[in-house]
Design a protein around this ligand. Structure first.
Ligand SMILES: [Zn+2]
Length: 316
């Protein structure tokens, strides 16, 4: 049998309160049933006839009053009064204990709630850090890809310039093998050049270390600084061996000066002379630009002897 409000079993309560046995009036003391609380064996409404106390505790002090006042003798009255008084004191203790336990449970619950909030905050922070880390990794990945692509582009640009240089050499060799070419090679070159543009040399002739590709590469001419559209002069008189566009050199003019000497003007924005045209020293043959594999307006100027690039600095 369960005590309705407190959850305490009658069995344990009876063990703690021997007094209760004295009011088992006219009942079987060995019975597992509590005589007051067994509606099946007592008055179902708990009428105070001395043998039928309230059916259960939930029915409250009025029932207990009926029990006490319904006693048939003073002895029974005193016993029941003492019993009820004990029950009340015990009940008050239970209420106090439950109240204290409830307060403890509420404190635990508050602590658990606080921990749960802390855990949720840590999880959010962890998720944000992981997202930030993933974003940084993604940015690094893209930068790496871009660097690889840029490196591949640079390799391609330099390879294209080298291929154009080889094409120029092949063209000069082909021209030199013709009767006209052989005749021009026999013409003695005066050896005097003027400067092709007004600007100074910004990059010299020869092998140089590429900081991005980290390898040495041959620079077959000199770069000269000049603004976009600035005039480019023929450094000496001659015949235009080629005027056209190449992938690496961009717009380019090649002049055969005779005696196996030729000059080349690359990355031009405009070409002002055509193939086969005779030009005189100082004639404006093109304009400065940044066509082909070029990072900005400048003149790439080459001097070639029998098709092979030589350092132009001594000739200028
Ligand atoms: Zn150059």
């Amino acid at each position: 049998m369960i005590w309705p409000r407190s959850g305490i079993s009658f069995g344990s309560l009876a063990g703690g309160l021997r007094l209760c046995r004295s009011v088992w009036i006219g009942r079987d003391a060995n019975s597992a049933k509590w005589p007051w609380c067994c509606g099946a064996r007592s008055n179902a409404r708990g009428a105070g006839d001395g043998a039928g106390p309230p059916r259960n505790y939930r029915q409250g002090p009025v029932r207990y009053a009926s029990v006490v006042l319904g006693s048939r003798s003073m002895g029974v009255f005193v016993s029941r009064a003492r019993f009820v008084s004990t029950i009340f004191r015990y009940d008050a203790g239970l209420v106090e204990a439950v109240r204290a336990e409830r307060a403890v449970v509420l404190r635990w619950k508050e602590q658990v709630d606080n921990k749960a909030r802390d855990v949720a905050a840590w999880k959010r922070e962890l998720a944000e850090r992981q997202a930030e880390k993933a974003a940084v990794a993604e940015r690094q990945r893209l930068v790496l890809i871009e660097a690889h692509e840029r490196r591949a582009e640079l390799e391609e640009e330099l390879d294209e310039l080298d291929r154009d240089s080889d094409r120029i050499a092949a063209r000069l060799h082909a021209l030199g093998s013709t009767p006209v070419g052989r005749a021009r090679r026999l013409v003695r070159f005066s050896g005097h050049f003027i400067r092709p543009v007004a600007g100074r040399i910004t990059s010299g002739f020869g092998g140089r270390f590429h900081p991005i590709l980290r390898r040495y590469r041959m620079h077959t001419g000199v770069d000269m600084g000049a603004g976009h559209g600035a005039p480019i002069y023929a450094v000496a008189g001659g015949v235009v061996a080629f005027s056209g566009t190449m992938r690496g050199y961009g717009n380019v003019v090649l002049i055969d000066h005779g005696g196996g000497i030729s000059t080349l003007y690359a990355h031009c924005s405009a070409l002002l002379v055509g193939d086969g045209a005779s030009v005189s020293q100082g004639q404006v043959i093109a304009r400065v630009g940044s066509t082909g594999m070029s990072t900005g307006p400048h003149l790439h100027f080459e001097v070639r002897r029998n098709g092979s690039p030589v350092n132009p600095v001594g000739s200028l």
